[in-house]
Design a binder for this molecule. Structure first.
Ligand code: SF4
Length: 967
């Protein structure tokens, strides 16, 4: 373990009893308060934890005395507009965002070597854990073999990435990897990685000792906030910031406002933690908590177990907060114990927080918050959220009515714009090709091509979209027990995907057991799921399977088709896999607004599946119920879910398990030994991972034949001298977008279209469409990702009205009046030939959605120098700066529309020099095609002094590399 370099600027180091006969030291916040530095005991607990980090790392350089004093004097009602240098204790990554990060570290090592330095100066300085969870896709479902077959495909598709990660594991000392098939990053973090309090060896007065400090982290996934449920401070950052954090840079953020959400009362019987989080999401969205911390407290918060708190913390990005934090109390300690953490760990956690006066759920009036919000848990009702946004909560009885209204509502008002809809009209879909036949009749060729991964429950046939001969053999082996006959009738509102997915809910045994108990009651009554519904169960850890098996409940889920498909993100990240081709054909032919129901946290269009327009978030038991009902145009409080084996109508109330049933089942199922067993030597429990060969050495040997891992050009022509801040002149618009352009629009994670620039590039490399894999899995290759930037099939560039997808108009350096329509990538490359700088224009909330470093990296590599938007999402804005792209914001009242921009103009951004400061106003000069010119001021969204340095250096990576080389 790295020895902690001790600082004691404020003489706050104090001895404390760490439990089990151990003595340790901590940086005492009460001691800081006694010195009169600030009213620390009135600060929100989350702020105090950040303050401890600032105090402990105060060295007069990276962290100054002033930083400690400023934060200790945090003013609830008027927080200072200062940046806080937060040195986190550890970093967590998932594979989609983690691979490019390790690629960048490898590229930095190569650059250092080229410059004659020691490559080993590039090494994570804090522990980094990468959990491989984002790559598994639901190709196979509804079968006992689904897990194994999906895993086979995952390893086959991702072999090159996994080989690279194995190199990283041996090259970097502080880098730990959790291989595929173990779980989802935030659930693994909650159940295993998080310690609550950390310790490191140190020396005080020449005596060896141990320093204790709170477990804090940042992660490259916006739902990192799930760990806030355990009292751990942490949130999602862009890959670029995480990279800087790994390399010893503090994570900088502006002093936040803290919203105190006081909870009282109890949840009613039948109301789940998912209902609660959907309620909170709607409540806090309305409170506009973007960029703020939210702290939950009061007797209602104290009554919630940690899994419920974690579900609420998880959805912070959906309500817009940086964190959704629950202070540490007895429930936190109970959770650590229940999940198999050692007695030593649990005592240290409790004693540390007691010694810091931070133990126990605060009551009303004990802490000063910026904004006070109240919630009576008794007001929460069963609900779902959708069909496009998580904050659009709908009380369960209202769903049918709401869906019907949305069908006919105009598109511009958020509806689907259908006219005279007859919801009774259904279309026959054959699910086994042209004629029913037995599985045995399917030819070996078809199986080898991946046809019919099968479904023993519902006799459905589907196409695995990336088959290989070897997996064909597996499919053949699996197929003997599968059937292929079946048909269905689908229409608007038909449920075609029902997924128990997402760590948001799979980490919460109460809702998982509720789903399984509901499945039991349904299966026992003989209810069945329609063959058109693609059902899946993808828990975030193997612990879930253990308790579902122990309680004998998995078999009922299996009977309804909710067989285990993998331990990973699956449908939550959009890896829902293909639908039956005849279903996709019917959706297309009849322009159906079909539905998915999922226990995830995001539901914007094309997130879940490209062909499913209406996506409803809900608790796992409701996912099962809607799978049975087969449609969303229904009021499940009054209408039957289905008919039992005797033809009798069965209602949701007949199937819903009582709180007592859920609690009794949970008590018999959850054991600390299970967690200890499943998280011990998990790499050894994964033979497929161990079979993967890996290269060794400090420097990665880049392989030009690889289409997954490629050395990025960020350090090409790297020199020790940073450039200057210069004005941007003669620029062209590459895209003009509306509101709520997400990072997924900018850099999609899903399927690569064959006709897209990335698809064409892969074809030119001899790669078959079936082997394209997803953008997310190719983030280690800049050549694919740059071509995939702005390539989401749903992105609408207003420069080319009436189109969708990554198209633009190329205006050929001022020579063309009307512009030539082409792909965004092709236009960017043409502009690069004439060294024409490029600008992106956008509306509100540009870069919303999950943190995605490639959204900024791809923008940079396309040659975009600035993004001018009405407003920015927090992480994406900082990532743009981190990649040396200038974020600029229209001033109040100005917008693309008010300025009448259509993208044919020539632009300049002036009033820029080395003297710029955060919040500086620059000038956007616009010359329209009729040669008229006008200009407007725009605000630099470089928010902190350190960001000025990053921008001047061309981004955070060159900045850090120059610092490391200079030392
Ligand atoms: S399950 Fe969903 S929320 Fe959880 S890590 Fe995966 S994508 Fe993120």
């Amino acid at each position: 373990m790295t020895k902690l370099k001790m600082t004691n600027e404020f003489k706050t180091l104090k001895k404390f009893d760490a439990g089990n006969g151990r003595e340790g030291y901590l940086h005492s916040l009460p001691a800081l308060e006694e010195q009169g530095v600030g009213k620390i005991s009135r600060l929100p607990v989350s702020i105090r934890i950040v303050l401890e980090s600032v105090l402990r790392n105060c060295d007069g350089k990276k962290v100054r005395r002033k930083d400690v004093e400023t934060l200790a004097n945090w003013n609830a009602k008027a927080p200072a507009n200062d940046e806080i240098p937060f040195v986190v204790a550890r970093i967590v990554l998932q594979d989609f965002t983690g691979v490019p990060l390790v690629v960048d570290l490898a590229a930095m090592r190569s650059a250092v070597k080229r410059l004659g330095g020691d490559p080993k100066i590039i090494e994570p300085l804090v522990p980094v854990d990468l959990v491989v969870d984002h790559s598994v896709q639901v190709d196979f479902f509804g079968s006992a073999k689904a897990l194994q077959l999906n895993l086979e495909l995952e390893f086959k598709r991702n072999r090159e990435r996994y080989q690279f990660l194995k190199w990283g594991q041996q090259a970097f000392k502080t880098f730990q990897l959790v291989p595929p098939g173990i779980g989802i990053v935030h659930q693994v973090n909650l159940e295993y990685l998080a310690k609550g309090v950390l310790s490191a060896p140190s020396t005080i007065n020449h005596q060896p000792t141990t320093i204790f400090y709170p477990d804090t982290l940042v992660g490259t996934d916006s739902h990192t906030t799930m760990i806030n449920g355990l009292g751990v401070v942490g949130w999602g950052v862009g890959g670029i910031e995480a990279e800087a954090g790994m390399l010893g840079q503090p994570v900088y953020f502006l002093t936040p406002e803290v919203v105190g959400l006081h909870m009282k009362g109890q949840l009613h019987e039948g109301v789940t933690a998912t209902d609660l989080v959907l309620h909170i999401t709607q409540l806090l969205r309305a409170q506009k908590v973007v960029g703020k911390f939210v702290e939950f407290y009061g007797e209602g918060a104290a009554s919630l177990p940690v899994p419920d708190r974690a579900t609420i913390g998880n959805m912070s990005p959906e309500y817009g907060a940086t964190m959704g934090y629950f202070p540490v109390d007895q429930e936190s300690i109970n959770y650590l114990r229940a999940t198999g953490r050692s007695d030593e760990q649990c005592r240290a956690f409790e004693n540390y927080f007691r010694a810091q006066n931070m133990f126990g759920m605060p009551g009303k009036g004990e802490i000063d918050y910026s904004v006070d919000v109240d919630l009576d848990l008794a007001d929460v009702e069963p609900s779902v959220a959708g069909p496009k946004r998580p904050q659009d909560r709908i009380n369960l009885p209202e769903l049918g009515k709401t869906f019907r209204a949305l069908l006919e509502k105009p598109v511009q008002d958020g509806g689907y714009g259908k006219k005279n809809v007859d919801l009774g009209e259904k279309h026959l879909v054959q699910l086994n090709g042209s004629a029913p036949r037995d599985r045995a009749m399917a030819s070996t060729d078809e199986i080898d091509q991946g046809i019919n991964p099968g479904d023993e429950r519902n006799k459905i046939e589907m196409v695995a979209n990336r088959p290989t001969p070897d997996t064909g053999k597996e499919i053949r082996a699996a197929s003997s027990e599968m059937f292929t006959r079946g048909q269905s009738h689908i229409g608007h509102g038909s449920v075609l995907i029902a997924a128990i997915t997402s760590c948001t809910n799979t980490s919460n045994p109460s809702v998982m057991i509720a789903a399984a108990l509901l499945a039991k009651k349904a299966a026992e009554r003989g209810l069945r799921v329609d063959p058109a519904v693609k059902t899946s169960l993808a828990p975030g850890s193997r612990v879930v399977s253990d308790y579902l098996d122990q309680t004998g409940l998995q078999k009922y889920l299996d009977q309804l088709g909710f067989n285990l498909v993998g331990y990973g993100c699956t449908t939550c990240i959009g890896n829902s896999g293909p639908l039956h081709p005849n279903i996709e054909k019917a959706i297309h032919e009849f322009d159906l607004v079909a539905a998915s129901v999922l226990s995830g946290n995001r539901n914007f269009e094309a997130r879940v599946h490209q062909h499913i327009k209406a996506n409803f978030l809900m608790s796992p038991p409701l996912v099962v119920a809607f799978a049975l009902a087969g449609r969303v145009d229904i009021d499940l409080s009054r209408e039957p879910v289905g008919k039992d084996k005797h033809g009798k109508e069965t209602f949701l109330r007949d199937l819903w398990p009582s709180l007592r049933e859920i609690r009794d089942t949970m008590q018999s199922a959850l054991k600390p030994e299970t967690f200890r067993k499943l998280y011990r030597d998990f790499a050894d429990q994964n033979p497929k991972w161990n079979e993967i060969p890996s290269s060794t050495g400090d420097i990665y040997r880049w392989d030009e034949t690889s289409d997954y891992i490629h050395e990025p050009p960020f350090f090409k022509n790297f020199s020790m001298e940073p450039g200057h801040v210069e004005e941007i002149r003669g620029a062209r618009a590459l895209g003009v977008f509306g509101d709520s352009v997400t990072t997924d629009h900018i850099s999609p994670a899903g399927a690569i279209k064959a006709t897209s620039p990335a698809g064409q590039y892969l074809v030119s490399r001899g790669i078959e469409h079936t082997d394209f894999n997803s953008y997310g899995s190719r983030r280690g290759n800049d050549l694919v990702m740059t071509r995939g930037t702005f390539a989401n099939v749903r992105i609408k560039n207003l420069m080319v009205p009436g189109t969708e997808g990554g198209v633009t108009k190329y205006f050929g350096n001022g020579k063309s009046e009307t512009g030539e329509q082409m792909s965004i990538f092709d236009a960017a490359m043409k502009y690069a030939e004439t060294k024409t700088p490029l600008i992106i224009f956008a509306g509100h909330e540009y870069g919303a959605g999950s943190s995605r470093d490639w959204a900024a990296k791809g923008t940079r590599l396309l040659g975009v120098k600035a993004v001018v938007a009405t407003s920015f999402e927090r992480i994406h804005r900082s990532n743009l700066v981190g990649m040396g792209v200038l974020p600029l914001q229209f001033l109040e009242g100005a917008s693309v529309q008010s300025l009448g921009l259509d993208g044919s103009e020539i632009f300049s951004i002036t009033s820029l020099s080395d003297e710029i400061r955060p919040g500086h106003h620059a000038t956007l000069e616009i010359k329209s095609k009729d040669r008229k010119s006008h200009s407007v001021p725009v605000k630099l969204r470089i928010d902190t002094p350190i960001e000025i340095d990053y921008y001047r250096h061309g981004g955070i990576l060159p900045f850090v590399l120059r610092q490391l080389l200079a030392n």
